[in-house]
Design a protein around this ligand. Sequence first.
Ligand SMILES: [Mg+2]
Length: 173
Amino acid sequence: MRWERFILKYLCPDFYHTNICEINLRYLKKIGIRGIICDLDNTLLAWDNHEVRPEFKEWILKAKRLGISICILSNSLQERVNRIARKLEVPAISKALKPRKKAFKLAINRLDLIPNKVAVVGDQLFTDIYGGNRLRLLTILVEPMGKKEFISTQVIRLIEKKVKKYLKSKSLI
Ligand SMILES: [Mg+2]
């Protein structure tokens, strides 16, 4: 079926974790990953929150220590994204309009890496994973941290739920 092919090609992540701390950074380094394009809302912190959890900050530090650079790529507004990026001391691109390719290409350039050394981490199939897979980047899906979201996102979540159910039925996540 056509929709099945689409899901498997574009919406299936390479890895699936409950949160970013579960991502094995040493393994990523071993397979050649040197940069991570990281989503902000509901990946690094809850949508209505301003503080990144200490263990998540630690995860970012660990990535840096391993020689894996982080670039935040978010569809959120500049002020909020920059404030958090400054605290974490990582570069950031706001108002990215993910899943458009240009956003991910900008982030790859910011990391100063070639695409096959870059992974994408995010909580949304239709922005983070779809965008990453379109450019054949390594994609890592995490569970959203909070329930609060834009109305538009809430609508997309309904479809996402069905796709996740399908991927789970195939043991792909
Ligand atoms: Mg998100």
